[in-house]
Write a protein that binds this ligand. Structure first.
Ligand code: ADP
Ligand code: MG
Length: 309
């Protein structure tokens, strides 16, 4: 069966979620294609989890159209869920069971045979690099291990589509990189990924295509490279001055300037040339940094705010 009209795995039009009189998701349109890693990038409160919960058929939509794997979550929730993997924002593992038992119980819940689940669990423990912890309780595992176990568990039914809500929030850099590596492998195996994140580096690392979400709306859509090319310059010169930098005159030194509380951002295709021009004007920043444009700059441009507060 070909899901969706044009083969999309998820299709939404005017998708809306209302809590009381508050619209958490305000009429968004989405098309997620087979094999891609699709991202939602946005700050806390943007409506990412609310959207993921509608797609994963745990929260009904208030309005709009939604099809997942060509089916309607309103009427075919269980059929959809059987083919999805879901990693919620908060791990909901059973702490009293062992690592392996968590996989077994979940697999049985999908109605898979005991023998199948047992073999699949061995494979997934290896994938999640948890084989040597298989018979340990979940409770004392590190945050990164718990997250990897939740991902392993979500794969027990060989899902075609894997939904990951903030997969690395709260993890240290090493644990994040290990997890990104596992997600990269899944992508190579052809699993379609939908990831939400408020980390721009995670979105850049993982996503082929993403939407930037803010206040329940999609404010931009594209690949990380396209979004940076469209809303940012090739390079950014960051300047810090002592005291009040609001009065520092950098007018004409860059295509665009953002004034943040602690620094100035000069958007330009040549950061070193802009820095030379800054000194020529007699300005003396305490620190300066030339870097490439990022999705953080895209978000700032689109919303006037930074992603992580
Ligand atoms: N069950 C709920 N009841 C009322 N408001 C909610 C509920 N869930 C989420 N919200 C509100 O909806 C908005 C979007 O939340 P959420 O989808 O969790 O955003 P994100 O995942 O991007 O941080 C927030 O303002 C949040 O407080
Ligand atoms: Mg969330």
């Amino acid at each position: 069966m070909v899901p969706g009209v044009n083969g999309e795995l998820v299709r939404a039009r005017g998708l809306t979620k209302r809590f009381g009189d508050f619209d958490a998701v305000r009429g968004i349109d989405l098309d997620v294609r087979p094999g891609e890693a699709f991202g939602f990038l946005g700050p806390n409160g943007a409506g990412k989890s609310s959207t993921m919960r509608m797609v994963s058929c745990v929260s009904p939509r208030t309005d709009g159209e939604l099809t997942v794997l060509g089916m309607d979550p309103r009427t075919q929730g269980p059929d959809i869920r059987a083919r999805l993997g879901v990693v919620p924002q908060q791990d909901n593992l059973d702490f009293e069971l062992t690592v392996r038992q968590n996989l077994h119980v979940y697999g049985r819940y999908f109605g898979l045979s005991r023998a199948h689940v047992r073999a699949k669990a061995v494979e997934l423990l290896e994938f999640a690099q948890l084989t040597d912890r298989a018979d340990d309780q979940v409770e004392p595992l590190s945050g990164g291990m718990k997250r990897r176990l939740t991902i392993a568990r979500s794969l027990i039914n060989d899902p075609e589509l894997l939904l990951l809500d903030e997969p690395t929030t709260g993890l240290d850099p090493q644990a994040r990189h290990l997890l990104w590596d596992r997600l990269f492998r899944l992508r190579q195996q052809g699993v379609t990924l939908i990831v939400t994140t408020h980390y721009m580096d995670e979105a850049e690392q993982l996503c082929d295509r993403l939407v930037v979400m803010d206040g329940g709306k999609i404010v931009a859509e594209g690949s990380p490279g396209e979004l940076i090319a469209r809303y940012c310059s090739r390079e950014v010169l960051e300047l810090r001055f002592t005291g009040e930098h609001k009065d520092v005159d950098v007018h004409g030194l860059a295509e665009r300037v953002e004034i943040l509380p602690d620094r100035l951002l000069l958007y330009t295709d040549n950061g070193e040339a802009a820095l030379a021009a800054v000194y020529q004007r007699g300005l003396t920043p305490v620190t300066s940094l030339v870097r490439r444009g990022t999705l953080e700059d895209v978000f700032l441009r689109l919303t006037g705010r930074t992603l992580v507060d």
